[in-house]
Design a protein around this ligand. Structure first.
Ligand SMILES: Nc1nc2c([nH]c(=O)n2[C@@H]2O[C@H](COP(=O)(O)OP(=O)(O)OP(=O)(O)O)[C@@H](O)[C@H]2O)c(=O)[nH]1
Ligand SMILES: [Mg+2]
Length: 132
């Protein structure tokens, strides 16, 4: 059987060398792990539009610009994902868990201490390598 494959817009929100992360709900795919906020792209939507919509809904910020950091294709046992990861520095509003989810700012050098979904390993590596 073909696995379901979803396209996801993901935002690495950065302010003062810190990155904003949220905790995924236990009822969600990869629940109980930290994430860079974002969500599934709708049909016909480009990455920036999806990210703008998702970050407004999940984090309560308005973004004005973003730049592509990387793209990751990953196969979980139950689902295949294509993550379009964008860097977001140009935004207004105070980032918070707008859907009631726990959230926090984390220093880039501490990102590897958090439990993320497997697909996120490469993102953390890239962000930490960029610092050096
Ligand atoms: N947002 C987000 N999703 C990720 C990350 N890493 C990762 O593997 N994913 C996977 O990407 C998929 C889609 O993300 P999502 O659950 O946020 O989608 P969504 O906001 O549209 O959720 P919904 O289905 O509740 O409407 C999930 O299967 C999730 O496990 C990440 O860092 N951030
Ligand atoms: Mg989401």
């Amino acid at each position: 059987m073909q696995k379901k494959r979803v396209e996801v817009a993901v935002g690495v929100i950065e302010k003062a060398q810190q990155i904003f992360v949220c905790l995924r709900g236990e009822d969600q795919h990869q629940g109980g792990l930290w994430e860079f906020p974002g969500g599934k792209m709708e049909a016909g939507e480009d990455v920036f539009s999806a990210l703008k919509r998702e970050l407004q809904e999940e984090v309560g910020i308005e973004i004005y610009n973003s730049s592509e950091l990387m793209r990751i294709e990953h196969d979980y046992a139950d689902k295949a994902v294509c993550l379009y990861i964008h860097h977001v520095e140009d935004f207004s509003g105070e980032a918070h868990g707008a859907e009631g989810q726990p959230s926090k700012w984390v220093a880039v050098e501490q990102l590897h201490e958090l439990a993320f979904p497997e697909a996120n390993k490469a993102i953390v590596e890239l962000l930490q390598a960029r610092q050096n």
